[in-house]
Design a protein around this ligand. Sequence first.
Ligand SMILES: Cc1cc2nc3c(=O)[nH]c(=O)nc-3n(C[C@H](O)[C@H](O)[C@H](O)COP(=O)(O)OP(=O)(O)OC[C@H]3O[C@@H](n4cnc5c(N)ncnc54)[C@H](O)[C@@H]3O)c2cc1C
Length: 371
Amino acid sequence: MSTDREKAKLERDMAVPEVDLRDGASGIATWAQTDGENLHPAALEILGEARRLSEKLEDKTVTSIVIGKDAEKHAQTLIEHGADRVYVISDDRLLEYRTLPYVRAIVDAIREIKPEIMIYTASAIGRDLAPRCAARLHVGLSADCTQLDIGMYVNRKKGQRFMHAFKMMRPSFGESKLATIIGPWNYPQSSTVRPGVFAKLQPDSSRTGEVVKFEPKWVEEDWIQEVVEVQKGGSRVELEKADIIISGGKDLGREGFEMLQELVDAIRANGQVAELGASRAAVNAGLISSDHQVGQTGKTVRPEIYFAIGISGAVQHLMGMQNSKKVVAINIDPNAKIFQVADYGIVDDYKNVVPELIKQVKNGFTFELDK
Ligand SMILES: Cc1cc2nc3c(=O)[nH]c(=O)nc-3n(C[C@H](O)[C@H](O)[C@H](O)COP(=O)(O)OP(=O)(O)OC[C@H]3O[C@@H](n4cnc5c(N)ncnc54)[C@H](O)[C@@H]3O)c2cc1C
């Protein structure tokens, strides 16, 4: 129940004149990233979040924009995961990402859709695409958000009350603060969201939606860049796709990380999808490369099972893994913070626990997964 003080504040807020600068903009749009062939997992994550957020708007329409070669093949998946409408921009030249035609395509689509909110994935490509689109549309962009909401925003100085401000939250000041960024003066209010932060919805094959074949007004200059060759590879660490993540902290040293790798290999040999993760301190100590890092400045993950082995549980680490379905912590310190988010905690030296785990897995033990 709200206190008298809260009630009084609400009354004062409601006395400020309401302002609505949306000028017909309504609903939410998301960009559904593809890698040419498949949808990026985050395409469905931001779609799920858009669906949830749309409940707070008058116009609950969620539109997904998908670009690529044969992009129409993704429309049904997007509808099943929450889209009411899919704008399909299909072109054989777009098997690979190309900045200029993508920017024109998204900007043209946004001008036609007129959403009040636009959400992109903060992937490497999203980080190239989103700011360019925002600049062309003369709107702001909050990058790398980890929480989103819609609600009232009152600016007493300007005497303005917005009832549907998009609240884009992201860690700031070296993680000491969670900043809420708003910009209800220009539309669409736009943000990029880190992959792995939001959960995708369970697919619903009974959902129906509209598929719009959209033709951007590309001009010759949009195609001046030519993709001569694409070398895929780089990071092969696919933490976001792993069902089981075995993460280690800095005190494990090289010997400990070799042991964790052996455990990962044994799990994989049994046909389960496992990956090696790490704390930033372990990365800084040179025990493992940075593409394994989980946390605020690393990757955000939500596996079925997350093993935190010799990890203290600093808030920056928790930010990257606290949405895991099950957390198993192994630490010699019974007061380690990691135990506060653990479903199962083992207070022991990892050297007493991990070899036994390896033995069991090599004997055919597989982890029970909910999915
Ligand atoms: C701006 C900023 C961003 C950051 N981003 C990240 C990030 O993305 N990810 C991240 O992880 N950190 C990040 N950090 C760093 C974070 O604050 C911590 O320093 C880091 O997570 C600690 O790593 P650790 O748990 O390996 O080391 P420590 O905190 O030193 O903990 C080591 C743990 O190992 C346990 N241990 C020691 N020996 C054993 C043993 N034999 N068996 C079992 N347990 C043992 C100890 O009890 C202890 O709990 C960031 C910091 C800042 C300021």
